[in-house]
Design a protein around this ligand. Structure first.
Ligand code: PGA
Length: 252
């Protein structure tokens, strides 16, 4: 079965609730009728409810960018999966490289967060990727294999089949330096092979694997043409409705 293309924006720490609504109202007509793919936006927690209300009925998925693994508790400043759901969101990004780099999210923590997301019925987008030193040392695939195994520890093949993975080489995020479509394809093919070893071929064939790192309207199509690249996770170019719409319409 062919995997459904998945085009996701990650707004990071940009956009208030009102700004999110304005963006979504602008985006909706630009992507209307594209029923062969899924479009998603990860908004700041404070904008989730307004974003979810603006997106209602459009098919647009709204998600959070992180969660805490506990259901509730004395964790000042944190937000749980059930709170994200109650705000109207249905997706969550986990293990983004900025979380890994600045907030101590390691593979074991990502695995705990993944379990919480799955238990709440949120669609997880699990991010991983090597940094520049690791790539230059020829260790990219070794790092990816360890991140994959650690971040998905404890997940069932059924869960893995349904989730979204995002390969985001750290050296390509926000740098304007995109991995070539060929470099990305090689990493995706490697990850799918590892998924097959860990969770079985049927699960691996179902998992959607996104590429992220300086995706722009002019490189989205060549990435999407590669067999193991099922979608993109877009930071900077997802902040304006027209550029994000061009990425969502990559083949139009
Ligand atoms: P970028 O960010 O598109 O701005 O490189 C991608 C990401 O961090 O998800």
């Amino acid at each position: 079965m062919a995997r459904e293309p998945f085009l996701a924006g990650n707004w990071k720490m940009y956009k208030t609730g009102d700004e999110a609504v304005k963006f979504i109202e602008e985006l909706k007509p630009l992507i209307r009728g594209l029923d062969d793919r899924r479009t998603a936006l990860a908004a700041p927690a404070t904008a989730l409810r307004q974003a979810a209300e603006a997106a209602a009925g459009s098919g647009l998925i709204v998600g959070a960018q992180n969660l805490h693994w506990a259901q509730e508790g004395a964790y000042t400043g944190e937000i749980s999966a059930s709170m994200i759901k109650a705000a109207g969101a249905t997706m969550v990004i986990l293990g983004h490289s900025e979380r890994r780099q600045f907030f101590g999210d390691d593979d074991a923590l990502v695995a705990k967060k993944l379990a919480a997301a799955l238990a709440a019925g949120l669609l997880p987008v699990v991010c991983l990727g090597e940094n520049l030193a690791e790539r230059e040392a020829g260790r990219a695939f070794e790092v990816l294999a360890a991140q994959l195994q650690g971040s998905l520890a404890g997940a069932t093949p059924e869960a893995v089949a349904g989730l979204v993975l995002a390969y985001e080489p750290v050296w390509a995020i926000g740098t304007g330096r995109t991995a070539t479509a060929e470099q990305a394809q090689q990493a995706h093919e490697f990850l799918r092979g590892r998924l097959a070893e860990l969770f079985g071929r049927p699960a691996a064939e179902a998992t959607r694997i996104l590429y992220g790192g300086s995706v722009k309207p002019d490189n989205a199509k060549s990435l999407m043409e590669r067999p193991d690249i099922d979608g993109v996770l877009v930071g900077g170019a997802s902040l304006k409705a027209d550029s994000f719409a061009k990425i969502v319409r990559y083949d139009a």
